[in-house]
Design a protein around this ligand. Structure first.
Ligand SMILES: *Cc1c(COP(=O)(O)O)cnc(C)c1O
Length: 242
């Protein structure tokens, strides 16, 4: 695998984007009385090639998110020399669970017990537990998948006892075009669900919420992991495919 030169345009561009993003995260964290270190950045690299991933990895980014299994596996193979944590953030269909169970560190879009059971059965014994976030359905946007809040406690209880998985928390995805106040209210409702589960005995430590267009509101509402694509890599449409 090639090492990118320190001053290539791609490395300089990535460094500038990362610097700007970190400054915004730090400001949002400070405004919320939190530390920047309490927020993990997952760089969402779907639609972008391996050189862009490598550039961010060389700048210290350790977490990368992908939504499409075949695209992700090709990049993992190409970047096998790097120690990266891969997050599957797409909707999980039953026929994709094996690849996710075998190759990823995290799965964020779990919203059905059947999918979690397949992940547990297919997670290799030699691998550490697969970190799982349950996707919560938001009232404002039922199309994006997720479990309705009323069914969440039962699903969480069932997933928590599956072998080879570690239930870490909740994930959500907001529709575009909400006001900042509306974004924050939605994120706070998901945070409240997590606190409720923990009061019931769960031990969840992860709120996976916030994308390029709404991560500041998510951080204000307690996000511990933000999934950032466009603000780090630029527009996906402008890029050649992987
Ligand atoms: C694409 C995607 C992101 C990143 O979106 P940006 O708006 O580009 O930051 C985050 N989460 C999920 C689930 C996604 O599919």
């Amino acid at each position: 695998m090639l090492t990118l030169p320190q001053n290539s345009p791609i490395t300089d561009g990535a460094a500038a984007c990362l610097h700007r993003l970190r400054a915004r995260i730090a400001a949002a964290a400070t405004a919320a009385g939190r530390t920047e270190q309490s927020i993990t950045v997952v760089a969402v690299s779907k639609g972008h090639g391996t050189a862009a991933i490598q550039a961010l990895a060389q700048l210290g980014v350790e977490h990368f998110g992908e939504s499409y299994l075949q695209e992700a596996l090709a990049k993992m193979d190409a970047l096998a020399g790097l120690e990266l944590n891969w997050h599957f953030i797409g909707r999980l269909q039953a026929n994709k669970t094996r690849g996710v169970a075998e190759r990823f560190a995290w799965a964020h879009g779990v919203d059905r017990l059947r999918i979690a059971e397949r992940l547990a059965a297919q997670r290799p014994h030699r691998a550490p537990p697969l970190n799982v976030c349950l996707q919560v359905q938001l009232a404002a946007d039922a199309d994006r998948g997720g479990i309705p809040a009323a069914q969440l406690p039962a699903l969480a209880a069932s997933v928590a006892v599956l072998p080879r998985l570690r239930l870490r928390g909740l994930m959500c995805m907001l529709p575009e075009g909400l006001s900042t106040a509306a974004q924050r209210a939605q994120f706070e409702s998901v945070h409240a669900l997590l606190l409720e589960l923990n009061r019931g005995g769960a031990q969840l430590d992860t709120l996976s919420m916030g994308m390029s267009g709404d991560f500041e509101a998510a951080i204000a509402a307690g996000a511990t992991l933000v999934r950032i694509g466009t603000a780090l890599f630029g527009s996906r449409n402008a890029q050649p495919g992987p």
